[in-house]
Design a protein around this ligand. Structure first.
Ligand code: AR6
Length: 231
């Protein structure tokens, strides 16, 4: 499924930040509105207790590998608070690597309210899911399923019943979901990361060689999923 054209009415003019297009019938104030954007949370670093320092290395490495392949698309790492450890680690490491700040940046906000509260248009958002792909359970998973309404659970079930660690599944959102109508999100990509929390299924018991491999796979699956929508 393709992202609906209405989200990018004048994509050929996207390079010009101040373009006002009469042909589209509406003003395009900023090119940002036309850039396909994936907003994603840091997979596994909260409830799944994956080490922040190690996760930040993997995020920056995977983003660096992927941004080069993106045309007219960008990635945004999101977390809830200004004090987010993962955001500051990733921000510093991305700057060190000279990753293009137009193609990748960090953003503080609720991933289910990026446009309505933060003014940031994101066509696609990622979810740090559980293996059953079930609503609830806390964290970003609970927020996304709750904000999307029952439509997301139905659409998810049509695509997959469960998820293996390191895998992702792309779910198109029905237009009547509030996440679509209010925030402009057309797809949710569920990702299952490695789990280091003994209270959750498939705990890796601090095996970071396995855990890092799975987290790398998770970001590859996520970014490939986004690329499949952008294409
Ligand atoms: N907006 C943006 N970021 C958020 C939001 C939000 N609304 N909520 C949390 N984060 P977590 P995990 C950040 O725990 O570690 C669930 O119960 C959070 O600060 O949601 O992969 C699932 O069902 C952190 O940086 O995911 C799984 O069982 C990041 O999102 C399990 O937790 C991920 O935190 C997955 O654990």
């Amino acid at each position: 499924p393709q992202i609906s054209k209405e989200n990018r009415p004048c994509s050929k003019e996207a390079e010009d930040v101040s373009v006002v297009s009469a042909s589209c019938g509406k003003e395009v104030k900023e090119s940002e509105d036309n850039i396909l954007t994936l907003a994603f949370p840091s997979i596994s670093t909260a409830d799944f207790q994956f080490n922040n320092e190690k996760a930040s290395d993997i995020i920056v490495e995977k983003v660096d590998e992927f941004v080069g392949k993106l045309e007219n698309a960008r990635l945004v790492l999101v977390d809830l608070s200004n004090g987010s450890k993962i955001l500051s680690l990733v921000k510093a490491k991305a700057a060190q690597k000279n990753i293009d700040p137009k193609k990748f940046f960090t953003f503080v906000g609720d991933i289910t309210r990026l446009y309505s509260r933060g003014g940031l248009r994101c066509n696609v958002i990622a979810n740090a899911a559980n293996w059953r792909l079930k609503p609830g359970g806390g964290g970003v998973n609970a927020s996304i399923f709750s904000a999307a309404g029952p439509a997301l659970e139905v659409a998810t079930k049509e695509r997959a019943k469960s998820l293996l660690p390191g895998r992702a599944v792309v779910v198109p959102l029905p237009m009547d979901s509030p996440l679509y109508s209010r925030e402009g999100v057309s797809h949710v990509i569920h990702v299952l990361g490695p789990n280091m929390n003994p209270q959750r299924p498939n705990c890796l018991n601090n095996d970071y060689s396995k855990g890092s491999e799975i987290l790398q796979q998770a970001y590859t699956s996520l970014f490939d999923g986004f690329a499949s929508i952008v294409r």
